[in-house]
Design a protein around this ligand. Structure first.
Ligand code: DP6
Length: 326
């Protein structure tokens, strides 16, 4: 019997976003991206290859997935089997740890944990760089969740060169990310569909590539200098420029809802009133607010009044992949 291995990976929020693939099979992105791994939201995944199984069996939060719903997971298992020279099917059991059904449980932590658990369960001992490449094959943003702190996903040009590189694993900087849960439901347009539509139909896509190159070049020294204002200004503008690719696609679409706009306006008001903070958004209506530890009480109080206190979740920089004792 092969061992059951459990890995834990945390989700990450991109400060300079990934929004578009150059290769949809290998998940090679159009641009590099840079994120912050968070401590509060994570996935634990256990994998065991078992000769008694006649098919892969995938359970997420105690629910068995249909073959269709488990397609991406089985794709990663196939890659692991190929590398390890195995033909055995696997039992995969995954638990998302998010304070509530928040719509924040991202594929980033899920596929990073899967890569970590499946590879070791198959007897492979991959470097973290190679784990990031494996996680990438499940979901692009998972590439970055192998490492903690600030992480760059270097776009590269092929399977070997498209990988995560830690930019600052130990974050000795009192910053926080406040996640506002504005709509816990599943997004209607997946990031996979949305970004592909932006690449193929937005006339602004070429400009986006230039935006990302500039933002990466400026955000890195700003992070190193702990220049909160500059990092905040870059991440906020970058997020809005990503969302401009959704509005400019054909057909146009948007991830904003009314509350997203209200929350963004509140961030601007807080800023004018002296509590420095900046917003970012991904492929859904939830808004994430980048702020400094000292301003957390004022900021969380304001949003708790505006929405509900159970909709305001505070996260800090988090660690890279870990393996747990079974
Ligand atoms: C807006 O990683 O979910 O969160 O590679 O198709 O699985 P696939 O997409 P995914 O896209 C994430 C998009 C984003 C920005 C980011 O995380 O960089």
């Amino acid at each position: 019997m092969m061992p059951a291995i459990t890995a834990r990976a945390h989700t990450n929020i991109a400060l300079v976003k990934y929004w578009g693939k150059a290769d949809t099979d290998l998940i090679i992105p159009q641009t590099s991206s840079l994120s912050l791994t968070l401590d509060q939201f994570y996935t634990d995944t256990q994998v065991q290859f078992d000769p008694a199984l006649t098919a892969d069996q995938v359970t997420v939060n105690q629910t068995v997935l249909s073959p269709d719903a488990s397609r991406k997971v089985r794709h990663v298992l196939d890659l692991v089997r190929h590398q390890a020279g195995l033909t055995t099917f696997a039992r995969v059991s995954s638990q998302n740890h998010v304070p509530m059904a928040a719509g924040l449980a991202s594929s980033a932590s899920a596929f990073a944990a899967l890569a970590g658990a499946a590879s070791r369960a198959a007897g492979l001992n991959l470097s973290r760089t190679d784990l990031s490449r494996l996680a990438r094959r499940g979901s692009g943003s998972a590439t970055r969740s192998i490492f903690g702190g600030f992480v760059e996903w270097q776009a590269g040009h092929d399977d070997a060169s498209s990988k995560a590189v830690p930019f600052m694993e130990q974050v000795d900087w009192p910053i926080a990310m406040v996640a506002l849960v504005l709509d816990p439901h599943q997004k209607k347009i997946s990031s996979r569909q949305g970004m592909q539509s932006s690449v193929t139909t937005s006339p602004y896509y070429a400009a986006w590539r230039d935006v990302v190159a500039t933002d990466l070049a400026t955000i890195k020294p700003a992070i190193q200098a702990q220049d909160f204002q500059q990092v905040g200004e870059i991440l906020e503008a970058n997020a809005m420029r990503m969302h401009a690719l959704t509005l400019s696609a054909n057909p146009p679409y948007s991830y904003f809802n009314g509350d997203s706009l209200v929350a963004m306006q509140t961030v601007r008001e807080l800023r004018e009133a002296g509590s420095a903070c900046y917003y970012t958004m991904d492929a859904g209506p939830n808004v994430k607010v980048f702020c400094q530890e000292a301003d957390l009480p004022v900021i969380t109080h304001r949003f708790a009044q505006q929405f509900r206190d159970d909709r305001v979740l505070v996260a800090h920089p988090g660690p890279g992949i870990q393996w747990l004792e079974n």
